[in-house]
Design a protein around this ligand. Structure first.
Ligand code: NAD
Length: 279
């Protein structure tokens, strides 16, 4: 089993560190919150006075921090990891930070003779507790191979993203897509409400089409991803449908519906728009 420094014991880091302890690893933990450190000590970790103190015997150093400036400070600050780090140790940044910061950190670590990779995670703090995070590994093949047994204590699916800095890049694209789709989903749900029909109807329709299932896994695999870029639905027809949807959404009927829908205890009126289901 390995000696691991774990720095950043928040909503994600604390359960991730706990899962490493359960795997039998020797953990040295540091956080600016003493309470966070104490919780991990009760679970079997050794308390460290600083990031440098946590890192001094470590084979792996894991950082799970809110932003890139903090990662930089934890690595290169006065009491930072690099002041004590062994040259044979592997630093794994699991935070979600700007990829250009990741590139710069990896470059500077390498210039100092240290090894660093990025492994941000997908999913939520519940998955962190359950040890079922999605691990997005950015590193050299040797780094990914070396880190995998340790990483698999924290997740149940590891994707090799294809090289240093690629883990954070794929993570950000995933989050961009997920967040914008969530905003669009909220707009669609609001429109249902405004037009006065049950959300269950929308759910039934959209959960069976690419609108709800996503195009990557439905319309793309047998077409776009196989190089077939010929139109399956004409852009002028899509333009017409989008135009109608926007027109309906900005109509007085929708605005009145929304006003009614937002009133406490309001009964929804049924509107029969005759909209086509978009397959
Ligand atoms: P958090 O704010 O709960 O925890 C961050 C921890 O870092 C805190 O305990 C804080 O005290 C500690 N910290 C801050 N500065 C420090 C320093 N200089 N030295 C040592 N410790 C320091 O954040 P979180 O939710 O655990 O998220 C951590 C990272 O994981 C973020 O980059 C976030 O974007 C990413 N992430 C979060 C989620 C989520 O659902 N919360 C999911 C995936 C990825």
């Amino acid at each position: 089993m390995a000696t691991i420094a774990f720095i950043g014991l928040g909503q994600m880091g604390a359960p991730m560190a706990n899962n490493l302890i359960k795997q039998g690893q020797q953990l040295h933990v540091f956080d600016i919150s003493q309470a966070a450190v104490q919780t991990l000590v009760l679970q079997g970790a050794c308390s460290a006075k600083s990031a440098a103190d946590a890192a001094k015997e470590a084979e792996f150093v894991i950082t799970m921090l809110p932003n890139g400036d903090l990662v930089r400070n934890v690595l290169f600050g006065d009491e930072g990891v690099c002041t004590t780090l062994r040259t044979d140790a592997l630093v794994i940044d699991m935070s979600s930070i700007h990829p250009l910061q990741t590139d710069a950190l990896i470059r500077e670590m390498n210039q100092k003779g240290f090894s660093m990779m990025d492994v941000p995670v997908g999913r939520t703090s519940d998955h962190a507790v359950a040890g079922t995070l999605l691990l997005l590994a950015g590193g050299t093949p040797a780094q990914v191979e070396r880190a995998t047994p340790v990483l698999m204590a924290m997740g149940n699916e590891l994707v090799n993203a294809g090289g240093p800095g690629m883990g954070i890049r794929v993570k950000l694209i995933n989050n961009y897509m997920s967040i914008t789709l969530n905003a669009l989903s909220a707009e669609a749900a609001t429109l249902c409400e405004a037009l006065g029909f049950s959300f269950d109807v929308a759910l039934k329709v959209m959960s069976g089409t690419p609108a709800g299932k996503g195009h990557f896994t439905t319309s793309w695999p047998n077409k776009v991803l196989k190089g077939d870029l010929s139109p399956a639905f004409m852009i002028d027809l899509e333009h017409k449908d989008l135009g109608i949807a926007l027109d309906v959404a900005s109509s007085d009927a929708a605005r009145c519906g929304l006003t009614r829908a937002l009133q406490p205890g309001a009964r929804r009126q049924t509107w029969t728009p005759g909209l086509d289901s978009h397959s």
